[in-house]
Design a protein around this ligand. Structure first.
Ligand SMILES: Cc1ncc(COP(=O)(O)O)c(C=O)c1O
Length: 413
């Protein structure tokens, strides 16, 4: 491009460089600038598996990981990875409809169907692409979809791209959901099983009954529930084919690896194979990732010792917080938010915790609603009681003022 034409393009409009700088400055001003944090490499020693990492030479206790069962360090998965690489190679080499779909993928799809009761499954490289593909492919401008106010960004992005009419119901509120179902007669209702930033569970059994009564499909994003069912309170309804018409599971949380699947009827999956652009025009999930996820699914079925340890750690953490007068939400899952409200204050508290060797996520808008910035504490099976004691005494020493109005939210079931 000549200088003259480049200059012309910039006449009367803000240049891209200026736009980027302006937006970054606004984010900085609002305390919402995001930065990556590089972790030092770790030698995974299975006998010493722990929830620690090193940043700039400093050792931290990690209370910010979605690796709820500690499977990222599981020796059986390392073995599965090696065996799969020898059998299939490390990459799939093409998109699934060309030659990228192998037996490793099929075995995982079959296992996922076996444990959830769905007829068929389709694998994606991430939960984000599974959700956007599902929403964009299934819905169009002639559809209406009702979704919980707090569903994940990938669901919202997919629904916005689909051009469907989107109505949001109050978080986990059955009365609000019913009102929207009756008024708008949507094709589907979308929720999460365990909410990623709040750690509370959706009333799946009631939502399922409501959807059937109203003739809408129930779509459940099970990213944070899949794999830890036996660590949850016994009355928690699993997001399987009994309640959900479509279930999205991800492999990057409790399974400790990477990728995702959409599970549903054979007709649905055949439709997605022919129409989902994210599936058709993208290199297939690597066979090693599929074999890893398969091994992880097998490890997490039934009552596993890791899930029992996780349940014990969640209970221990909650009790220790009660004793130390640290106010938590009602969450009984590995995700334990401490809602502070102000974004800057939340970052400040997270920095103070880091100075004490404890790493928790500082979650700010737009990831969570404005005014509800929070520490997102995650408890895992690899934490020891003394790790949890260290976290709780660090939290107690902060004198954190939590937003009481957001701590106890009425859940209508
Ligand atoms: C509820 C929920 N759905 C979907 C995703 C996306 O999954 P993935 O990390 O595999 O892209 C996430 C991850 O943050 C999530 O929390």
């Amino acid at each position: 491009m000549t200088n003259e034409s480049a200059d012309k393009r910039e006449v009367g409009r803000v240049s891209l460089a200026e736009k980027i700088q302006g937006r970054q400055a606004q984010l900085k001003q609002a305390g919402l600038l995001r930065r990556r944090q590089k972790l030092d490499s770790v030698q995974v020693e299975p006998t010493k598996a722990s929830m620690h990492f090193v940043v700039d030479g400093v050792d931290y206790l990690n209370f910010s990981s979605n690796d709820y069962l500690g499977l990222t360090q599981e020796p059986e998965l390392l073995t599965a990875l090696n065996l799969s690489a020898q059998e299939y190679g490390v990459g799939s080499g093409s998109s699934p409809l060309v030659t990228g779909y192998s037996q490793a993928h099929q075995l995982l799809e079959q296992q996922l169907c076996k444990v959830t009761g769905h007829e068929a499954g389709l694998l994606f490289c991430s939960g984000f692409s599974a959700n956007t593909a599902l929403m964009k492919t299934l819905f169009d401008s002639s559809d209406c979809v009702v979704a919980d106010k707090l569903v994940h960004a990938s669901i919202i992005d997919g629904l916005v791209d689909s051009k469907a009419s989107l109505k949001r119901f109050l978080h986990n509120d059955l009365v609000s959901a019913r009102r929207l179902l009756e008024k708008h007669k949507p094709q589907a209702l979308v929720t999460e099983s365990i909410f990623s930033m709040d750690g509370d569970s959706a009333p799946l059994a009631s939502l399922s009954r409501l959807c059937r009564e109203q003739g809408a499909w129930l779509i459940v994003d099970d990213a944070h529930g899949f794999g830890i069912q036996s660590a949850l309170p016994s009355n928690t309804v699993p997001a399987n084919a009994d309640v959900a018409d479509i279930q999205v599971v991800t492999f990057g949380k409790a399974l400790g690896c990477q990728g995702a699947a959409i599970l549903g009827s054979q007709v649905l999956i055949d439709f997605l194979v022919s129409n989902a652009r994210e599936y058709i025009y993208s290199t297939a999930l690597s066979p090693t990732s599929a074999s890893l996820a398969l091994a992880a699914v097998k490890l997490t079925q039934g009552v596993s010792p890791k899930a029992l340890t996780l349940a014990g750690n969640i209970a221990y953490f909650k009790q220790a917080c009660v004793s130390a007068k640290v106010v938590l939400s009602e969450s009984m899952t590995p995700i334990q938010p401490l809602i502070i409200g102000d974004a800057d204050k939340t970052v400040e508290v997270a920095q103070q915790l880091k100075a004490l060797g404890v790493w928790v996520g500082a979650i700010r808008p737009p990831t969570v609603p404005k005014g509800s910035a929070r520490l997102r504490i995650t408890i895992t099976a690899l934490h020891t009681k003394s790790d949890i004691d260290k976290l709780v005494s660090a939290l107690a020493s902060m004198n954190i003022e939590v937003l009481a109005s957001l701590v106890i939210r009425p859940v209508v079931r």
